[in-house]
Design a binder for this molecule. Structure first.
Ligand code: ZN
Length: 300
């Protein structure tokens, strides 16, 4: 049988394998614990290149996961996750990401592939194409779109706490579940990840991006709005708020919900904007220096 060459192709193939295996053993469909799946799949499809080791490693805190060829036995591979992480969701997502590298990229150089925390967030970068592919594979395997659509059908104005049920159902990171939802939703929404009062990175849903609302990329230092909930920290005990216009956006009210416990040093803010953005032409005179204009981005 011809082997897939794309991340979507591999995700479809491995999903069918997982479905058949769980039905045969009468197991629930979710969560898909990818460690044993990866080993079983590699042994069946690539008997000369099996994944013989899935385990935690120290990495000195530098990496989230790695795919490494065995130094002792030619052809064998090991998949590693950061043993310092206790979140089962982050570990499972990292393993699926590394399994994606195994299927798609292990022959590119044959060298070990080490992946940082920020590599797990690359979803649309040409520069980080390999990382984007590994994440897309992991997301499709662990959160199949058919089921994900059903689970999020009632998400009208979701708060970040609603994503905890997805994290538990699929055993993924909250971040991965939110990024997938942002990819699929027709809503205007954004995830903002911040560190000590400054935006580390953010992602807008396609609908919000099209209406011209997104933050400049990492090279520009952007402080959080003063009244952002993310500024208050976990001890404030407030996890969601409806901000009036003038806080996150000059012209629009924004619903913000926050979470502080996925990463020890980062705050996650989920922002939900009104369904319809203000008219682009009415906003020409506003001086909203933090927001980049879509037209400006288009010209670059
Ligand atoms: Zn990677």
């Amino acid at each position: 049988m011809k082997l897939p060459t794309t991340c979507d192709g591999w995700a479809t193939r491995v999903s069918a394998f997982v479905k058949a295996a769980t039905e045969l053993q009468n197991l629930p469909r979710f969560p898909i614990r990818i460690g044993p799946v990866a080993q079983e799949y590699a042994r069946n499809i690539f008997p000369k290149e099996p994944i013989t080791l899935v385990q935690g490693a120290r990495f000195d805190g530098k990496f989230e996961g790695a795919l490494i060829p065995s130094p002792q036995k030619a052809g064998e591979w090991g998949i590693f996750y950061n043993a310092g992480i206790t979140s089962r969701g982050r570990i499972n997502f990292s393993l699926a990401h590394e399994f994606g590298h195994y299927l798609l990229h292990r022959h590119l150089s044959g060298d070990p592939i080490y992946c940082s925390r920020s590599d797990m967030w690359e979803w649309d970068s040409e520069y980080g194409r390999m990382e984007t592919e590994a994440n897309r594979f992991a997301s499709m395997i662990l959160m199949p779109p058919d089921d994900f659509r059903v689970q999020t059908a009632e998400f009208r104005r979701p708060s970040i706490s609603q994503f905890e049920q997805l994290r538990d159902r699929y055993e993924v990171s909250i971040t991965a579940a939110i990024l997938k939802w942002l990819d699929m939703t027709p809503r205007r929404a954004m995830l903002v990840v911040s560190n000590n009062g400054f935006i580390d990175w953010s992602r807008s849903s396609p609908a919000l991006f099209k209406s011209g609302v997104f933050f400049r990329a990492k090279q520009v230092t952007t402080p959080l709005p003063e009244q952002a909930l993310a500024n208050l920290g976990a001890s404030a005990g407030v996890t969601e708020i409806m901000h009036p216009a003038g806080v996150w956006n000059l012209r629009e009210p924004v619903f913000e919900s926050v979470m502080f416990d996925e990463y020890h040093d980062l705050a996650l803010s989920l922002l939900i904007y009104p369904a319809d953005g203000p008219s682009r032409w009415a906003s020409c005179e506003d001086d909203d220096s933090q927001l980049m204009d879509t037209f400006e981005a288009f010209l670059r």
